[in-house]
Design a binder for this molecule. Sequence first.
Ligand SMILES: [Zn+2]
Length: 313
Amino acid sequence: MSRVRAPHLLAGVMTALLLIVVAGCGSSSSASAPQGTLKVVATTSFLRDIAQNVAGKQFRVGELIPIGVDPHEWQPAPSDLVTVVNSDLLIVNGGGLEGTLLQVAQNAGGHERVVVASRGLAPRVPKPGEPGYGQSTEIDPHWWLDPIDVVTYVTNIRDAFIAADPAHAAACRANAAAYIVKLKALDAWIKAQIATIPPANRVLVMNHLSHGYFADRYGLRVAGAVIPSVSSGETVSAKQMADLVKTIDTQHVKAIFVELDENPGLADQIAAEAHVKVITKLLDHSLSTASGPAPTYLAMMRYDTQVIVSGLR
Ligand SMILES: [Zn+2]
């Protein structure tokens, strides 16, 4: 689970990229596409879906990180970098979620083709009683779990599409506006769902510190996390585990929530000692496949909210 970077892979990828750029695939006019054939790739599946809603039928948005893969742990393969270099735009979440990829893409392709969806959103600071309060300098990248922050994602993506493909500006504006209406409806729906949880039970313990923005928006409290970090790729000490057992006990926490793409081993150990349930069905870092419960960002947020509400009620 420790976060190990692969410098040899990175070096190989950068060499591959340099060769591609020198060979001319990354031409200087790559940020403007002819006749609506903009080639766009997003890192995660939820970003792909959000961007596709803004693009509408004008062009298709691809994704780099496969469905079900934890983006915190993902490392780009050389073939992913080839995809990036051959694209007009790369949409990233930002906030450190795509550390290695962003560094390599910016080195190779320049800044103009990278769209940081979260640009302009302020990073969250841990609140009193939360892990890292007064100490943590980590940037929390999980803005997408607050649909009102995703309105900013949509406007950033819309503006990048219009700049790269002005011929379809009107359609992009209309698509973005229609999607923002859906995000606001989702926000109202989540509020109503959370209101059905008894106030004393509105306490979250996740596998890592993923739900700070969600908690802030909907009036929940973050009591702790199995991995007390905004990334799932950090190590945990025995003392941190013992402290969390105590927190769960004294604050009468109802459940520990683990994402489907994460290893529930540590959560299971803590839950056994603290006598709470572990709910391993959350999907918040990846959509499901088309036949699953969360093939779109909107469906993922509804699905996760239902899992959280039924776990805490
Ligand atoms: Zn996360």
